[in-house]
Write a protein that binds this ligand. Structure first.
Ligand code: CA
Length: 661
């Protein structure tokens, strides 16, 4: 009898599907509760996310109730993979996956997949509704019920823009947030909630449910009917919902979790995809001294040739010309751009031929003003046109509060459009720098021609508003950049726009007459080229401010095609130090908020026994972002991995360092 009981117990145990999984190092544990249809997470044995609801809501089927666990499986992954560019070209993927097979009374099948890494977790829903042609998703129930309060850094949940300043506030006071939202808990535990691999699905934001519980909310498709979030086929899967976890602030940055949750590269030949430094006709428009069209048109043939010459003379690979094409037509409500015909004073054939002769890449600019359907209608023709001219990079823009036709900018329809742009661009060997698009979720791994994007309150705001405060740049690496590269466009040397005094102001913004300036020191602008990672990195200032400037040597030496990166030290919103290696060169950037700070850093990242020439572009002792932003010094000496570097950062300051053989 005893034996029979034991056998029955063993059988029952063997047949009970597994409902929990730990990270490879055993420190993060995820449990699924089938009865409650909820998940929970512990870190180092302590509650981190308490029981939190799961599921979606839809019109045609029940995607959230009555699910019964039919089975589960666990598997381990331990591999490395490489990418043509990135903060790190070689990436390690080590995780355990728990796959839960569920079914409810109405026959809906759900595969709920958790992947747990040493630096966090991701989970997603794979639904199969037999017999259904289409499913109208009306809500997502996924919640994050944090076990304790934390400091948090986030931008508001805005379905049409990420161009906001960050708020630091306790989780217990946070009402809503876009992602990545980054948190600091007790005992130096850091976390960031985001998502990975958004395809054919709206973005997720967080809204407070109750206490410390935040519920997912999805961007509606149409601002006139916010009930409908997504329309999917009978079988569909969601993006991954992700929680990065680290025991230091820089640990979040050094994680590859978002990339690891994306699919391998879908482009066979990636030889044409190359990081670059670039300059462009752009900043002058934001300063108000030139314009995208009309009398003060910036992108003229003459100016283009001058920019190409400057790039060729300064080890810069690319040049962007905003306002190169036919100026705005149509109305403000329905702007109509043409992406294959140039403005009358811009001889695109001549410019393209000159760029080819000089070995400079042209970056064409397709601003849509949110009229994405018009861009759709010209996608093929505009990419083919550019390819025929030898142009292999395009900057896209969707300026304005939303998409035209009442479409929400971060909605499913917009996400599908952005993806069409990437895939059509790939077909024509075009790299993409997208502005005002969907936030980065790691699809650059699958589509590495998607180089960089804005999705941030970038440099442009310093041209015509009160600008971005010093701490903005020490928040971004720990929040927005966790998703992927940013086209912030650093590098303004004329901090207070002195060089444009007396120039005609052709737009009703910017100097003269306003208090606009850049809220950093000069040295911090240089450091941001390293800190604010982008494989297409821009030196955005007017050429006259770089010509003969000793500190511009940094940008000449800088190589954005890095092989390896490490965030060395820092705190969210306070300071950061990052080092990157490109070939045998190393570049270090360190920046601080409005407080002066001394950063002491061992150079043990350098190869042992090798001597490097170190050049430090630093704040001068008297520098201060408010009163003396231009004061800088350049110091050169020989160093090895045995040395320690001490950097004195001014208030709102920074330092950039090259280590060259
Ligand atoms: Ca913008």
């Amino acid at each position: 009898m005893k034996k029979l009981l034991l056998a029955a117990l063993l059988l029952a145990f063997a047949c009970t599907p597994r409902t929990s999984v730990t990270s490879p190092d055993g420190k993060i544990a995820v449990s699924f509760d089938p009865q409650a249809f909820a998940y929970s997470v512990t870190v180092d044995g302590q509650p981190f996310i308490e029981a939190s609801p799961l599921g979606l809501a839809a019109l045609e089927a029940d995607l959230k109730d009555g699910f019964v666990l039919k089975g589960s499986s666990v598997k381990s992954e331990r591999s490395t993979w490489t990418q043509p560019w990135g903060e790190n070209k070689t990436v390690r993927d080590s995780h355990r996956e728990l796959s839960l097979k569920l079914e409810n009374a109405s026959g809906v099948r759900l595969n709920l997949v958790f992947r747990v890494f040493d630096d966090g977790l991701g989970f997603r829903y794979e639904y199969d509704v037999p017999g259904a042609d289409s499913i109208t998703v009306t809500d997502e129930l996924t919640s994050f019920n944090f076990a304790s309060d934390a400091a948090s850094w986030s931008i508001p949940a805005d379905f049409n823009s990420y161009e906001h300043l960050y708020r630091k506030m306790p989780l217990s006071r946070l009402q809503d947030a876009n992602t990545p939202v980054t948190m600091k808990f007790a005992d130096n535990l850091y976390a960031s909630v985001h998502e990975a691999a958004i395809y054919a699905f709206p973005e997720m934001v967080l809204r407070r449910a109750e206490g410390l519980s935040f519920k997912a909310d999805l961007a509606p498709g149409d601002i006139r009917n916010t009930e409908v979030k997504a329309v999917a086929g009978g079988s569909f899967r969601t993006p991954w919902r992700t929680v990065q976890i680290a025991h230091s602030a820089v640990g979040l940055i050094n994680s590859s979790l978002i990339l690891n949750l994306n699919e391998p590269c879908a482009i066979k030949d990636v030889s044409w995809i190359k990081p670059m430094k670039y300059i462009g006709v752009w900043w002058s428009m934001h300063l108000g001294i030139e314009s995208w069209g009309g009398e003060h048109h910036g992108a003229t043939t003459e100016q283009a040739l001058r920019y190409i010459d400057f790039a060729a003379d300064n080890n810069i690979q690319g040049v962007l010309f905003e306002g190169w094409n036919d100026a705005w037509r149509g109305s403000d409500a329905l702007p109509a751009f043409d992406f294959t015909s140039a403005a009358p004073d811009y001889d695109v054939e001549k410019v393209a031929a000159y760029a080819r002769e000089k070995g400079i890449a042209l970056i064409t600019h397709n601003e849509t003003g949110g009229n994405f359907r018009r861009f759709d209608s010209q996608l093929e023709s505009s990419m083919e046109w550019a390819e025929n001219l030898g142009i292999h990079a395009v900057k896209t823009g969707y300026a304005g509060g939303g998409m035209h036709d009442y479409v929400t900018k971060h909605s499913q329809a917009a996400v599908e459009h952005f993806q069409r742009v990437i895939e059509t661009a790939a077909k024509h060997k075009m790299m993409v720098d997208a502005h005002e698009t969907i936030k980065p979720t790691g699809i650059r791994r699958t589509w590495p021609n998607f180089m960089t994007r804005e999705c941030v309150r970038g440099m442009e705001y310093n041209g015509w508003s009160e600008g971005n405060p010093p701490s903005h740049h020490e928040i971004l690496p720990y929040t927005r950049l966790l998703g992927g590269p940013v086209d912030y466009t650093p590098g303004v040397f004329d901090i207070e726009y002195r060089s444009i005094d007396g120039m005609p102001q052709v737009r009703g913004w910017g100097k003269p007459g306003t208090e606009c300036r850049v809220n950093t020191t000069l040295a911090k602008q240089i450091a941001n080229w390293v800190v604010l990672y982008s494989p297409m990195q821009m030196a955005c200032d007017l050429l006259q401010n770089y010509e003969n400037h000793p500190a511009f040597q940094f940008f000449r030496d800088f190589d954005p095609d890095c092989d390896w990166s490490c965030a060395l030290q820092g705190e969210v919103g306070e300071w950061i130090a990052v080092v990157r290696r490109a070939g045998n060169k190393f570049f270090l950037g360190a920046t601080t908020d409005e407080n002066a700070r001394t950063v002491v850093q061992k150079l043990d990242f350098l190869p042992k026994g090798e001597e490097y020439t170190m050049t430090v572009y630093a704040d001068a002792p008297e520098a201060d972002w408010v009163s003396n932003p231009y004061a800088y010094q350049i110091i050169t000496r020989k160093v090895t991995s045995e040395d320690t570097l001490t950097l004195a950062l001014a208030p709102g300051g920074g330092a950039a360092v090259t280590f060259l053989k």
